[in-house]
Design a protein around this ligand. Structure first.
Ligand code: SF4
Length: 432
């Protein structure tokens, strides 16, 4: 469901010493999806995992409508629905939950990893899902690993669902073998096809022992420790990055792998950390990089010089603004992000055009006023804002689509640019 959360209002422009971009901080009503949404892509990634949402009928509707229309496999998610009796404290929720889990695991023996996913209602009535996961693990281990995290929409945005999920899984990652050499962990869900492309590129560049997290099979947990270097493939993984660092792993700073330049710099961060020879790096990236650049040229005529406004939603906004400004010649008028993690975003922030207005958090009415006043050529926003803005004659792009489509890496660069070019071309066709 789209969450409208009224909070206190304050707005202050702010710039930091290391990054001079001004930031408008806003706390007001905001329009976002909740973290349950990330189950839509996570359940496709870890193929023997199951996501059991402990929530209300609303949560069940959200998951079914968001995921149900987009997948054609047997669902690996469900909702244990809290009733009025649970909410009024008249039933023992823990006992009922244990029964539901036991029934589920009996019926679905292929499940190896079970996530208990908290929701707004389960948080409001304070069901301790972490404790429930420990209790149920004692019953069902070692056949099934049971982990809890929150997908609630209270004060969160939808990509945080993946962050919370992966962070909850980090303690289960095995310790790296002290006798083994250094390894690279790529953290953040990628489409399988993109993951395979990156694996081939790292191999060609000479980066050893590359693992991806989340993994495709529950039992295939990547090891982590002080010799692990990690690259984030998604920019919304602040909590996961902290958890990996607490295990001794070190984050490699890089822009996110969008477009030809973003992908090259991202791969180069790993090549440098592993001291791969530059000649080998250049040889491995020359052709795919040229293919990406050629694919981008086709869309530059549509995008160059166009003004783009990002509402805060997916947390992809800053890396995408970097790609569109640096590689496609677009002009970001405002780049909104739900949360600004300056460390993780550092390499994208410093590549943004000087003076780009950043906003963190949201006061949706004030932001709509700014957007209407600026009349950008393209507005990137959530589903709840897109239709009203379209009816006012603004051209929009749904930010959630950018999560569902494979967009990272050289081979997807053209498709990524096309996602932004298409609404502009459609608008131009309608106006003829
Ligand atoms: S977790 Fe909260 S915001 Fe998400 S569907 Fe359930 S009630 Fe709605």
């Amino acid at each position: 469901m789209n969450v409208r959360v009224p909070l206190e209002v304050s707005a202050s422009p702010e710039a930091s010493a290391c990054d001079p971009s001004p930031v408008l901080r806003e706390r007001g009503q905001r329009e976002v999806f909740c973290g349950l949404t990330s189950i839509v892509w996570l359940h496709r990634k870890i193929r023997d995992a199951f996501f059991l949402v402990v929530g209300s009928r609303t949560c069940a509707h959200l998951i079914q409508s968001a995921a149900g229309v987009m997948i054609f496999a047997e669902p690996r998610f469900a909702t244990a629905i809290l009733t009025e009796r649970d909410l009024a404290g008249l039933a023992d929720v823990n006992e009922e939950l244990d029964r539901v889990v036991a029934r589920l695991l009996e019926r679905r023996p292929e499940i190896k990893l079970l996530f208990l996913v908290g929701s707004c209602p389960s948080e409001v009535i304070k069901i301790d899902l972490a404790r429930a996961a420990r209790r149920q693990s004692a019953i069902h281990a070692p056949r099934v690993r049971i982990v809890a995290y929150s997908g609630s929409g209270i004060e969160t945005t939808f990509t945080q669902g993946e962050d919370s999920c992966l962070a909850a899984l980090v303690p289960a990652l095995p310790e790296e073998d002290p006798a083994a050499g250094p390894s690279l962990l790529v953290a953040g869900s990628l489409a399988d096809i993109v993951e395979d492309q990156f694996a081939r590129l790292f191999d060609a560049i000479g980066v050893p022992n590359v693992r991806f997290f989340p993994m495709r099979a529950a039992d295939d947990l990547p090891a982590v420790g002080p010799k692990t270097r990690f690259l984030l493939a998604q920019p919304f993984l602040s909590e996961t990055a902290r958890a990996l660092e607490a295990r001794g792993a070190k984050r490699l700073s890089a822009p996110f792998p969008y477009g030809a330049e973003g992908t090259t710099a991202w791969l180069a961060a790993a090549a440098d950390a592993f001291e791969a020879p530059r000649s080998r790096f250049d040889a491995a990236t020359l052709e795919p990089r040229a293919r990406a650049e050629t694919a981008l040229v086709r869309h530059r005529a549509t995008l160059a010089g166009k003004r783009i406004f990002f509402f805060p939603d997916s947390q992809l906004e800053i890396p995408l603004a970097r790609f569109l400004a640096q590689e496609m010649g677009m002009v970001p008028t405002e780049v909104g992000t739900p949360y600004l993690n300056r460390q993780i975003m550092a390499e994208d922030l410093r590549r943004l055009p000087p003076g780009t207005r950043l906003s963190e958090g949201q006061d949706v009415d004030r932001q709509l006023e700014r957007c209407r006043a600026e009349r950008p050529d393209l507005t990137v926003c959530g589903l709840g804002l897109a239709n009203p803005l379209e009816s006012e004659g603004l051209t929009t792009k749904w930010s959630i689509e950018l999560l569902f489509a494979p967009t990272q890496g050289y081979e997807q660069a053209g498709d990524l640019a096309e996602l932004f070019a298409r609404p502009l071309m459609r608008r131009a066709a309608l106006e003829v």
